[in-house]
Design a binder for this molecule. Sequence first.
Ligand code: ALA
Length: 415
Amino acid sequence: MAKSLNMTTIQNHDWRDDFPIMRTSMNGQPLIYLDTASSAQKPQAVIDKMTQVMETNYSNIHRGLYAISQNITEEYEFVRLKIKNFLNIPDTYSIIFTRNTTEAINLVAQSFGRTFLQDGDEIILSSLEHHANIVPWQLLKNYNDLKIKPIPLLQDNTLDIEAYASLLTKKTKIIAINHISNSLGNINKINDIISLARNFNPEIKVIIDGSQAVVHSRVNLTEIDADFYAFTGHKIYGPSGVGVLIGKTDLLNQMPPYQGGGDMIETVGFDHSTYKQAPFKFEAGTPAITEVIGLGAAIDYLSGIGMDNIAAHEQTLLKYATQQIKEIDGITIYGDISEKAAIISFTAEWAHISDIAMILDQCGVAVRSGHHCCMPLMKILGIEGTVRASFGLYNTHNDIDIFIKSLKKAKKLLA
Ligand code: ALA
C-alpha cells in the first residue's frame, strides 16, 4: 500500500494528464496504451527537459572548458547521483551508462565472460529470460565450450527454486536472471536465488535484468546482493538510447574495456593505451547526452510520485483487469499468480493472438502480441505467443473498461 498517498488520492490524481500522447487518438479512437512493458510513454517533464537541453545548453561532455560544456557535464554526471538515490545503490557500486539493457548485458558477457570463463564453465539462466539475457551468453560459446542451463518452471509457471539449487555445480560461473518477467509479469525471488548461489560458491557472479522491475516497483539495491543490475531508460518513462549497468566497482576494475575510443582513456600511444577506472572505462565515445539527462528527468518525475504509489495503482488495475478477463470464456492467462507486476499475458481458444491484437488496434487499444522476445519460454509453454496487456502509471479503470469491451467485441467477431 502507498506510503505517502492514500488510495483515494491515487485514484483522483490523473497522472495521465502529464503525458501528451494520452490526448491523441489511434484509428479514430482515444488511445488506450497497454504496452508499457515494451516501452513506456513520456511525461511532459521529460520532453521539456530534453528540449531545454538541446535549445539552451547542448554541447559535448568531459571535453570543453567553455561554460555550456562545463554545465552540461555537471548535469550529465548528476544523473548518476539521481540513479544512486532512486535505487539506493551502495557506494561500492559504479553506474555505467549504456545504450540499453541489452548493451549492459553484452558488456558483462563480453568483458567479464571472455576474460574469466573457461572451457566447461556453466551459466545458469531462467526459462523466463528475454532474448537479451540469452543471446549474449550464447555468443560466448564462440570463444569457450560453455554450457547454458535454464532454471525450469513449476506448474504455475514460476521458477522451480529446488531445481535451480540442483543446477549449481563447481563449474557454475554466472547466473543471469530477470527480476520481473517481461512476458508473464512474474516477480522472481531473486534474493533466494542470489543467496543460494552465494552459499554454494561466493565466486559465482550474478547479473539481474531489472528492465521491468524498475518501472513497476521500488527497487532497493542495498537489499539485493547482485554483482550487476541492468535497466533501460525507455521503459521507465525516459528516452530510448540510454541504459544503465550498475556493477560492483572492484569487479568492474578487474574487467577489460568492452569498447575502445575517446573519453575512456588516460593515455594513448600507437602501441599501447591506458584506461580510466570504472565507470568511465566502459563509456567509450560521445554518449547519449540529451537522453541521459532525459533519464534524470524521468527519475525526478517518478521520485515525485513515489514508486510505491505507482506500484499500488498498477496492482489495483491488474486485479480489476484480471478479474474481468477471467469472465470471458475460453481465455487462458499465463502467469496467473499473486506475486506479479501489472502484466497480463493470455491466449484465447476462439482466435489467433494476432487477430485479437488487430481488432484491439482498431478499437484504439495498443497491446503487444507474439513471443515478447521470449521464444524459449513460448516453446516451454507450448504456444506460439500471447496477447500481452501491460499497465503503466497513466492507465485508468476506464482504460481497462475499454480494453475489456474491445476484447468482447473481438470474441464476437472472431469466435
Ligand atoms: N522487451 C520489450 C517487451 O517486452 C521489447 O516487449
